[in-house]
Design a protein around this ligand. Sequence first.
Ligand code: PLP
Length: 387
Amino acid sequence: MWNKLLQQVEESINVSLANSIRDIEATGQSIIKMQTGDPDFNTPDFICEASQQAMLSGETHYCASSGVSELKAAITQKLASQNKFTSPKSHHILVTQGAVHGLYLTLQTLLNYGDEVIIIAPYWMPYHSNIILAGAKPVVVKARAENDFIPSLNDIICAITQNTKAIIINSPNNPTGAVYSRDVLQSIGQHCFDKGIYIISDEVYEDLLYEDKHYSMQSILPNNPYIVTLFSFSKSYAMTGWRIGYLYGSKEFVAQANKLTQYITTSINSFVQAGAVSALTHQKSPESKQSILDLFSSRRELIINKISGTWLQHCIVIPKGAFYLFIDISSFSSNSMTFVKQLLEHEHIAFTPGLAFGVESDHCIRMTFASNEVDIIKALDILIRLK
Ligand code: PLP
């Protein structure tokens, strides 16, 4: 009766977890929430003010489906200065309703029935679901904790078949915090390019780096028509609820994706785009981006100190980017969902089960440090006490 592809996709584990949390909270019990990818602080005021001002001055109409020209101009400058793209052009940019919309548009634009897309596990679940919704097949390559969750080129090569249309790379990574080096990106990128395989580079955590530098795939293989890069304002500026991001690809690709989005969203909210312009161009922008990074950095330091000398120290690969810990709980359970549900019920704390990231051997949980310090300490104390 319903759409057959939609029937192949499960409801998001995060949504069902959020429902369980709401049920418990309805009984009056509070829950420590360590499962979300949403910073616990608000969007900087200057961004909100720019959007409010735009709304009051009449920027309340439909606008260009690919994004307003001021925003695309600001993005072009950012891509040149920060991401080191060679001569980025505005007709290679499509403003999207967050990177998840960019992902959907990308996969629907590129894929046909029977195509295969390589994804690296553990992976952000919407990759898997959106590949299926495009009628294609996800092919999973495992990244191992002992290799700091960096996939081996050889494993990727082994997964390539004549049907491989694309690979999705996510660095800095959700949920592992892995950051791919320039060499790793270069070798994966060059190999895929030589084979005519599209590289979808999800760079939404590009600003949350603690040790290494972030390299954009597009800067390593300049002006490569096979690269589509997904960006977002959500994590860099605490703008998750604004639903705004952008993608960058060849002009032919962007023209097709733009045609598709015209039938889905018509255009992105005009006043939200005004806020995004100020996030990129306002004089307070560098300082506010730095203070967000400093905050996550100090939380990460807190975690490193807190787990030192405990069992957790041996069960976490310290994240180099993003704001998650991917914790191996195999000495307690081989079923992350049961483990998470037990902690929710008995300790009133919520983590995300590893199952939500497509890991085959289901013995990990994800803990965020986008939550406040008090909750981070409580969460670590609960985990440390388990042994
Ligand atoms: N890509 C990854 C790896 C993410 O973790 C997320 C959000 O958590 C997104 C993309 C989506 O970001 P947006 O809020 O821009 O849709």
